[in-house]
Write a protein that binds this ligand. Structure first.
Ligand code: PEP
Ligand code: MG
Length: 311
């Protein structure tokens, strides 16, 4: 067993029977990629860190440099860059957004480009340039996408700049319900379970008192993820998870059983998730998914899967 464990301490993610699951990193800058990184690439580069605490937008050169640094860290691998996820909850002075009564339900994420399309265009220009200079092919995705029309508009703008792999995040229940229609417009989906929980359970993701509702083992959340994964399978396109749910080693087996093709998390979470997947076959993951979906609540789901994993 020790030898098996050693064999899975690094290297690509896979189930015990060899089904590949890409294990990617969530980062805010190149500094979040440790030396000898455990991940197989970047699944979520949160680009807003470039924009925070500034009175003016970062220049084309600053942006290009930051993207290039991340792309050069994984020249052969998948690197998914997320466009600016700002709004009145993460206020950016240079955007001049007015205060909103309900910031989480307001102009945030991709919606900011309704008012300030030039910010998104400048970001896509800088990413395209970074791709050219580094000779790499980044994937690009937009946050807080709600409709297929928004996905189509984002894809058109990214592809016009030569960015070939375009995706959207699924963070809003409407997007999960229409995952198949989103996949008519884009090349991949990445499920942000932090926001998808918030919007599905109508519970502020920062609200400690509502942590039980925001539990990533909620069967209703898993059902939405299943729907996205099924749409991905039908379209032959990747569907990943990049929210906190992906970092839970046991829940990772459920997500893989639901049909998710990659899991993205902070670097420190990768070894335990890799280990957990390596100890279960794809069929066992599918059984875990079935048990979790059938449970009445998060504790029931967790207990059923824990017992199955221990059997
Ligand atoms: C998410 O919402 O799950 C996500 C990954 O994005 P963020 O946490 O940056 O909102
Ligand atoms: Mg989010």
């Amino acid at each position: 067993a020790d030898r098996d464990r050693l064999a899975t301490a690094t290297g690509p993610g896979r189930t015990a029977d060899g089904h590949p699951v890409k294990l990617l990193l969530n980062i805010g800058s190149v500094a979040d990629i440790p030396a000898g990184s455990p991940g197989e690439g970047v699944g979520l580069f949160r680009s807003e860190f470039l924009f925070l605490d500034r009175r003016t937008a970062p220049t084309h050169q600053e942006q290009t440099g930051a993207y290039e640094a991340v792309l050069r860290a994984f020249p052969e691998a998948t690197v998914v860059v997320r466009t600016l996820d700002a709004g009145t909850d993460k206020p950016l002075p240079f955007l001049g957004l007015p205060e909103e009564l309900n910031p989480a339900l307001g102009v945030r994420g991709l919606r900011v480009s309704r008012r300030s399309p030039e910010v998104l265009d400048a970001q896509l220009d800088a990413l395209a340039e970074a791709a050219r200079v580094s000779g790499t092919s980044p994937w690009v995705m937009a946050p807080m996408v709600t409709t297929p029309g928004e996905a189509a508009d984002f894809a058109r703008r990214a592809r016009a700049r030569g960015l070939a792999d375009v995706g959207v995040m699924v963070e809003v229940p409407a997007a999960a319900l229409h995952a198949h229609r989103l996949l008519d417009e884009v090349d991949f989906l990445s499920i942000g379970t932090n926001d998808l929980s918030q919007y599905t359970f109508a519970s502020d993701r920062q609200h400690g008192e509502l942590a039980d509702l925001l539990d990533p083992w909620q069967p209703a959340l898993l059902q939405l993820i299943a729907q996205c994964a099924e749409a991905g399978r039908a379209a032959g396109k990747p569907v990943g998870v990049c929210g906190e749910a992906a970092a839970d080693p046991l829940l990772a087996t459920v997500l893989v059983g639901l049909g998710v093709t990659s899991l993205s998390m902070s670097a420190r979470s990768v070894p335990a998730v890799r280990d957990s997947l390596a100890r279960h076959t794809l069929d066992q993951c599918r059984e875990h998914a079935r048990l979790a979906l059938a449970a009445a609540d998060p504790d029931g789901a967790r207990t059923a899967v824990r017992e199955a994993a221990a059997a």
